[in-house]
Design a protein around this ligand. Sequence first.
Ligand SMILES: Cc1cc2nc3c(=O)[nH]c(=O)nc-3n(C[C@H](O)[C@H](O)[C@H](O)COP(=O)(O)OP(=O)(O)OC[C@H]3O[C@@H](n4cnc5c(N)ncnc54)[C@H](O)[C@@H]3O)c2cc1C
Length: 417
Amino acid sequence: MNIAIIGGGASGMTAAIAAADCGASVTVFEHMPRIGRKLILTGSGKCNISNVDMNISHFHGNDIKAIQSVLNKCPQSDTLTFYNKLGLYTKERKGGIYPYCEQSYAVVDILRFAIRDRNIDLHTDCDIRKIERVRATDDRTVEDKFVITTSSKKLTFDRVILCCGSNANRNTGSDGSGYELAKSFGHKLVKPLPALTYLTCEEDFYPSIAGIRTKAVVSLFTKPSKDASYDYVGMEEGELQLTKTGISGVCVFNLSHIAVRALDENLQVKVEIDLLPDITKEELPDFMEKRISDIPERPLEELFIGVLAKQLGILIIKRCSLSLKDRCDSLSEEQIESICKMVKRFDTIVTGSGDTEASQVIQGGVKMSELKENLESRLVSGLFFAGEILDVHGDCGGYNLQWAASSGLLAGREAAK
Ligand SMILES: Cc1cc2nc3c(=O)[nH]c(=O)nc-3n(C[C@H](O)[C@H](O)[C@H](O)COP(=O)(O)OP(=O)(O)OC[C@H]3O[C@@H](n4cnc5c(N)ncnc54)[C@H](O)[C@@H]3O)c2cc1C
């Protein structure tokens, strides 16, 4: 079997090695000067390749059953064994699985060397914008083939695996051209949109709290129109980062795909933040009463000192329309209630998000429903897909590289059959 792989990223390298190990003759086309450019950036240079918690709820897309099927066929144990056999040992840190040395370069090197050792034909600086489907006949057979024309040659393949990634972070090479190749074969896309990114918010107070990091529970709500009521659509817990324009941090990244899709559909999006998640709603009034009795004469601007970041405490008082100079013991029961509400349900209107350059991944992509369980196209036999080009993305924490490896292994092995 003669296989072309378009894209030398995480999924393409995995697919290439898997197909070669099944006896196929493999060619990888990569339009960057080197393969694995995006992989080098991952996990802040440490490359978070997977996670101990493989619950399907960490993966997103319109066809969860199809995603689960791929992860069942090539589970984490399979991908870790694959890495292990190539010489990459792993370790766990706070649930994330990383290369033992915690260096993304090591992952790229190990995959690169495996490609070299298998005599996989690697064409770098080779941009593929067109793949032709031709019917080849000889005396006995009629076969559909794929023809790829590079600047110097015309090459014919039995099978093609599209591993072009998305259009997140274009300077790593993933420029969205894979979507065009998929469309040229008749495939439809779930609209690609940013995911795993920050959110921008309407209120003008953000510059005053920019740079603050605090433990929080972030809940997301959407509504179809101004007069409708908000529906709860998701919640994440973790370290919230406040920026000049809104909110960020892993908990926000993990919710961003819902917010971005909702904004694209012209829904209104609101976030409510629990700024003291370790103290329950029921416990908070007593906590505040005690606090006030401990520092009765202090001004309200100091009410939260030592509990929350100073500027955040000040903002809470201001948003409750209270004077910062008033004494803590001047607060009425009603005012204490309004402070508690602001702490537990700090609300903010979401207006936008980071763009494709500021997004770790793209949600949407080639519809999984147009693929068979082995990741072969239902529209064009011999055409396979793997990685982020598909309508699949995962939460922060190694889920996207797990998807790249699982889908890459499966597509590589199946295409080689
Ligand atoms: C900053 C950052 C940090 C991240 N950290 C993590 C992390 O720690 N853990 C995690 O799980 N995920 C992480 N991700 C996401 C993860 O890197 C991607 O989901 C994953 O790399 C997707 O693999 P892929 O093979 O589908 O696409 P890519 O890795 O993007 O590879 C696609 C390749 O195809 C090439 N290509 C595209 N079109 C063409 C064409 N027409 N012709 C030739 N070549 C082409 C591109 O140059 C590229 O090399 C991170 C992403 C970013 C941007």
